[in-house]
Design a binder for this molecule. Sequence first.
Ligand code: GLY
Length: 364
Amino acid sequence: MWAELLARIYEKELHVAARSEDKIPYTAKDGVFDDHTFEIDWWTNGFYAGLLWQLYGFRPDPLLSSLASAIEQKLDAGFLHAAGMDHDSGFKWLLTANASRILTGASASQNRLLLAANDLAGRFNLAGGFLRAWNDGGDGSKAGVAIIDCMMNLPLLYLASTLTRDPRYREIAVRHATTAAKHFVREDGSCRHIAVFDPATGEFLREEGGQGMGVGSAWTRGQGWAIYGFTLSYLHTGREEFLAAAERVASFFLTHIPKTGLLPVDFLQPYGCDWEDDSAAAIAACGLLELKRATGNKRYADAAEELLAVLAKERCDLASSRDPLLTHCSAAYHDGQHNFALIYGDYFFVEAILKLLHKETFLW
Ligand code: GLY
């Protein structure tokens, strides 16, 4: 089943790539990808290139690599815009520069990775032991803000230590992950989206609701970032406390999946609300498959496969005439729009299927 689905996705994506030249998609309108090039430092601008590279790694086609390389080069403009260089450098450059480094050996790609890693390391708050998430135009209002999504950016730091044989980057990643395990993961295993610290003393001040329903709720994509992100930190460091954090969040996650197998935007959203997030399911599936690799516990792989099977059956658009794959993603609970296409949903869906088939290019 999975090999056949991958073959159909590959065929579709070749058609999509042929008509998507010059685009950096974020979402789609009437089945046609938009182009987010106008905001070159947007956090999702690496995902389409990542998807192209994953498919190229599976079956090389020069169309896939040329489009992905063009996106990587466009992202260079971000290095000249300090206000746009936030903590999402991992999402942006692991899926572009790291992919081309691995698949083509391009030296320019390694250069980009080191520039991005140096910038990310510069966001480390020494007093609080966390990486600052967002910028604030210089008023300091976001200086103490960290978000769970950042766990996915830490592999850029682990990679930088490997590439330079300099432990500084790894140490920063370990310290951020340690702070996150302490202040994001709640007693019941659910995970906060935003933690606010005093940027001068490092004291934990409060949580904020962020892209979930509110304070105390359980934003599904955030749970996915935590499962996958803590597992990645475990795989890079071997530190048991990160594996324990991943398993605690996974345990909460597995007991909250609805009977339909389709994920809401927030596990605590009101009964009857039909807002979904396919991207959360795809991200969590990737994390659960890696957690299975780390622990040997088949339960995680079974849950991942069930999530992916529901997405494949109910939410995957294989028509070559329409650009996106997944149909029901949501960027945030309080946004006006829900149940639409988002490029990172497609990226993680394809990554997860490749993982199942042992055909993934591991970019994290
Ligand atoms: N990293 C932002 C998000 O998950 O929407």
